[in-house]
Design a protein around this ligand. Structure first.
Ligand SMILES: [Zn+2]
Ligand SMILES: [Zn+2]
Length: 215
Protein backbone atom coordinates (compact mmCIF):
# COMPACT_ATOMS: atom_id res chain seq x y z
CA UNK A 1 0.00 0.00 0.00
CA UNK A 2 1.41 3.40 -0.90
CA UNK A 3 0.30 6.69 0.61
CA UNK A 4 2.23 8.95 -1.77
CA UNK A 5 4.64 9.00 -4.68
CA UNK A 6 7.51 11.40 -5.14
CA UNK A 7 9.00 13.18 -8.16
CA UNK A 8 12.19 15.20 -8.21
CA UNK A 9 14.56 16.47 -10.86
CA UNK A 10 17.89 18.06 -11.60
CA UNK A 11 18.18 21.82 -11.11
CA UNK A 12 18.24 22.36 -14.87
CA UNK A 13 14.86 20.66 -15.30
CA UNK A 14 13.39 22.41 -12.27
CA UNK A 15 14.47 25.89 -13.31
CA UNK A 16 14.30 25.52 -17.10
CA UNK A 17 11.71 22.90 -18.03
CA UNK A 18 9.08 22.76 -15.34
CA UNK A 19 6.56 21.86 -18.09
CA UNK A 20 8.44 18.60 -18.69
CA UNK A 21 8.50 17.89 -14.96
CA UNK A 22 4.73 18.35 -15.01
CA UNK A 23 4.45 16.09 -18.09
CA UNK A 24 6.33 13.34 -16.23
CA UNK A 25 4.12 13.92 -13.18
CA UNK A 26 1.06 13.43 -15.41
CA UNK A 27 2.49 10.12 -16.63
CA UNK A 28 3.02 8.96 -13.06
CA UNK A 29 -0.49 10.03 -12.09
CA UNK A 30 -1.90 8.10 -15.06
CA UNK A 31 -0.46 4.90 -13.56
CA UNK A 32 -1.58 5.75 -10.01
CA UNK A 33 -5.13 6.33 -11.28
CA UNK A 34 -5.08 2.97 -13.09
CA UNK A 35 -4.11 1.33 -9.80
CA UNK A 36 -6.99 3.10 -8.08
CA UNK A 37 -4.85 5.37 -5.93
CA UNK A 38 -5.80 8.90 -5.05
CA UNK A 39 -2.52 9.75 -3.33
CA UNK A 40 -0.41 12.91 -3.49
CA UNK A 41 2.55 13.16 -5.83
CA UNK A 42 5.00 15.20 -3.78
CA UNK A 43 8.26 16.93 -4.64
CA UNK A 44 11.17 18.11 -2.52
CA UNK A 45 11.90 21.04 -4.82
CA UNK A 46 15.14 22.97 -4.97
CA UNK A 47 16.92 21.19 -2.10
CA UNK A 48 16.54 17.76 -3.71
CA UNK A 49 17.40 19.23 -7.13
CA UNK A 50 20.77 20.40 -5.82
CA UNK A 51 21.57 16.93 -4.49
CA UNK A 52 20.39 15.25 -7.71
CA UNK A 53 22.47 17.56 -9.91
CA UNK A 54 25.53 16.93 -7.75
CA UNK A 55 25.21 13.13 -8.08
CA UNK A 56 24.46 13.41 -11.80
CA UNK A 57 27.70 15.39 -12.21
CA UNK A 58 29.58 12.81 -10.16
CA UNK A 59 28.35 9.87 -12.24
CA UNK A 60 28.80 11.64 -15.58
CA UNK A 61 31.07 9.76 -17.95
CA UNK A 62 32.87 12.69 -19.55
CA UNK A 63 34.03 10.75 -22.58
CA UNK A 64 30.49 9.68 -23.41
CA UNK A 65 28.78 12.83 -22.14
CA UNK A 66 26.28 10.57 -20.39
CA UNK A 67 25.38 9.69 -16.83
CA UNK A 68 25.87 6.05 -15.83
CA UNK A 69 22.30 5.55 -14.66
CA UNK A 70 23.06 2.52 -12.48
CA UNK A 71 25.83 4.34 -10.61
CA UNK A 72 23.58 7.37 -10.25
CA UNK A 73 20.71 5.29 -8.85
CA UNK A 74 22.99 3.48 -6.39
CA UNK A 75 24.40 6.81 -5.22
CA UNK A 76 20.90 8.15 -4.67
CA UNK A 77 19.80 5.05 -2.77
CA UNK A 78 22.95 4.81 -0.64
CA UNK A 79 23.36 8.49 0.17
CA UNK A 80 19.91 10.05 0.21
CA UNK A 81 16.46 9.12 1.51
CA UNK A 82 15.35 8.25 -2.02
CA UNK A 83 15.06 4.59 -2.86
CA UNK A 84 12.87 3.51 0.04
CA UNK A 85 10.62 0.93 -1.66
CA UNK A 86 7.66 2.08 0.47
CA UNK A 87 7.63 5.37 -1.46
CA UNK A 88 7.80 5.17 -5.26
CA UNK A 89 10.44 7.68 -6.35
CA UNK A 90 10.84 9.22 -9.78
CA UNK A 91 13.80 11.37 -10.85
CA UNK A 92 13.90 13.41 -14.07
CA UNK A 93 17.34 14.40 -15.39
CA UNK A 94 18.41 16.64 -18.27
CA UNK A 95 21.60 14.63 -18.89
CA UNK A 96 21.64 11.70 -21.32
CA UNK A 97 21.78 8.24 -19.68
CA UNK A 98 23.48 4.94 -20.40
CA UNK A 99 23.85 1.63 -18.65
CA UNK A 100 26.22 -1.27 -19.14
CA UNK A 101 24.34 -2.96 -21.94
CA UNK A 102 23.11 -0.07 -24.08
CA UNK A 103 24.44 3.03 -25.79
CA UNK A 104 21.63 5.08 -24.23
CA UNK A 105 18.36 4.69 -22.34
CA UNK A 106 15.35 7.01 -22.03
CA UNK A 107 14.95 5.78 -18.50
CA UNK A 108 15.62 2.95 -16.12
CA UNK A 109 13.66 1.46 -13.23
CA UNK A 110 14.60 -0.61 -10.19
CA UNK A 111 11.27 -1.94 -8.95
CA UNK A 112 12.83 -3.50 -5.84
CA UNK A 113 14.21 -0.09 -4.82
CA UNK A 114 11.08 1.78 -5.83
CA UNK A 115 13.09 4.06 -8.10
CA UNK A 116 12.75 5.28 -11.70
CA UNK A 117 15.19 7.61 -13.44
CA UNK A 118 14.33 9.27 -16.75
CA UNK A 119 16.15 11.71 -19.02
CA UNK A 120 14.79 14.42 -21.31
CA UNK A 121 18.09 14.76 -23.21
CA UNK A 122 17.23 12.70 -26.29
CA UNK A 123 13.86 14.27 -27.00
CA UNK A 124 15.31 17.77 -26.48
CA UNK A 125 17.93 16.95 -29.08
CA UNK A 126 15.37 15.45 -31.46
CA UNK A 127 12.83 18.27 -31.56
CA UNK A 128 12.35 21.89 -30.48
CA UNK A 129 8.59 21.42 -30.36
CA UNK A 130 7.63 21.69 -26.67
CA UNK A 131 4.37 19.85 -27.30
CA UNK A 132 6.19 16.81 -28.72
CA UNK A 133 8.73 17.00 -25.90
CA UNK A 134 5.90 16.89 -23.34
CA UNK A 135 4.14 14.04 -25.17
CA UNK A 136 7.34 11.97 -25.21
CA UNK A 137 8.18 12.75 -21.57
CA UNK A 138 4.72 11.75 -20.35
CA UNK A 139 4.76 8.55 -22.41
CA UNK A 140 8.17 7.44 -21.11
CA UNK A 141 7.22 8.37 -17.53
CA UNK A 142 4.12 6.17 -17.75
CA UNK A 143 6.24 3.34 -19.10
CA UNK A 144 8.96 3.61 -16.44
CA UNK A 145 6.55 4.13 -13.57
CA UNK A 146 4.56 1.08 -14.69
CA UNK A 147 7.81 -0.94 -14.50
CA UNK A 148 8.16 0.39 -10.96
CA UNK A 149 4.57 -0.52 -10.08
CA UNK A 150 4.59 -4.13 -11.28
CA UNK A 151 5.31 -4.74 -14.97
CA UNK A 152 8.75 -6.34 -15.24
CA UNK A 153 8.98 -10.04 -16.01
CA UNK A 154 7.67 -11.84 -19.10
CA UNK A 155 5.06 -13.46 -16.82
CA UNK A 156 3.65 -10.00 -15.99
CA UNK A 157 2.50 -9.67 -19.61
CA UNK A 158 -0.39 -11.27 -21.42
CA UNK A 159 1.60 -10.93 -24.66
CA UNK A 160 5.27 -10.73 -23.66
CA UNK A 161 7.77 -9.55 -26.23
CA UNK A 162 9.68 -12.70 -27.24
CA UNK A 163 12.72 -10.86 -28.57
CA UNK A 164 15.98 -10.90 -26.66
CA UNK A 165 17.95 -8.13 -24.98
CA UNK A 166 16.29 -4.80 -24.28
CA UNK A 167 12.95 -6.12 -25.50
CA UNK A 168 12.73 -8.59 -22.62
CA UNK A 169 10.27 -7.66 -19.89
CA UNK A 170 8.11 -5.69 -22.31
CA UNK A 171 4.74 -6.01 -23.97
CA UNK A 172 4.30 -7.11 -27.58
CA UNK A 173 0.86 -5.50 -27.83
CA UNK A 174 0.00 -1.97 -28.98
CA UNK A 175 0.69 -0.67 -25.52
CA UNK A 176 2.58 1.85 -23.37
CA UNK A 177 4.79 -1.07 -22.29
CA UNK A 178 5.99 -1.82 -25.80
CA UNK A 179 9.72 -1.14 -26.00
CA UNK A 180 10.87 1.79 -28.14
CA UNK A 181 14.49 2.24 -29.18
CA UNK A 182 14.41 5.65 -30.88
CA UNK A 183 12.78 8.98 -30.03
CA UNK A 184 10.97 8.88 -33.36
CA UNK A 185 9.49 5.49 -32.55
CA UNK A 186 8.46 6.61 -29.05
CA UNK A 187 6.75 9.76 -30.39
CA UNK A 188 4.92 7.75 -33.06
CA UNK A 189 3.77 5.32 -30.40
CA UNK A 190 2.79 8.09 -27.97
CA UNK A 191 0.70 9.77 -30.69
CA UNK A 192 -0.95 6.48 -31.55
CA UNK A 193 -1.82 5.81 -27.91
CA UNK A 194 -2.70 9.41 -27.02
CA UNK A 195 -6.46 8.98 -27.06
CA UNK A 196 -6.57 5.35 -26.01
CA UNK A 197 -8.27 4.43 -22.76
CA UNK A 198 -6.24 3.20 -19.78
CA UNK A 199 -3.31 5.57 -20.54
CA UNK A 200 -2.38 3.44 -23.55
CA UNK A 201 -1.90 0.23 -21.56
CA UNK A 202 -3.36 -2.90 -23.14
CA UNK A 203 -5.92 -4.82 -21.12
CA UNK A 204 -3.29 -7.39 -20.06
CA UNK A 205 -0.95 -4.73 -18.68
CA UNK A 206 -3.86 -2.91 -17.07
CA UNK A 207 -4.89 -6.12 -15.31
CA UNK A 208 -1.37 -6.76 -13.99
CA UNK A 209 -1.11 -3.18 -12.69
CA UNK A 210 -4.47 -3.57 -10.98
CA UNK A 211 -3.62 -6.98 -9.49
CA UNK A 212 -0.29 -5.71 -8.19
CA UNK A 213 -1.59 -2.45 -6.76
CA UNK A 214 -0.91 -3.47 -3.14
CA UNK A 215 2.50 -5.00 -3.85
ZN1 LIG B 1 10.84 -0.54 -20.41
ZN1 LIG C 1 0.65 -4.27 -22.68
Amino acid sequence: MIDRARINSSQEVLSGRRDLLEAAASGINDVLVIQGFDVPLVTDGEKAAQVISAYAAETLNHRRGQVNVTDFALDMVNNTDLGNPAVPDFILLDTDLFNERTNFVFGCTWASLGLSVQSIARVMRYTNDPGLQRLHTRHVARHEFAHLRGLNKASDYLKPDSREGIYQGHCADTCTMRQCVTVEEAITQAKELENHELAGFCTGCFRTLWNKRYN
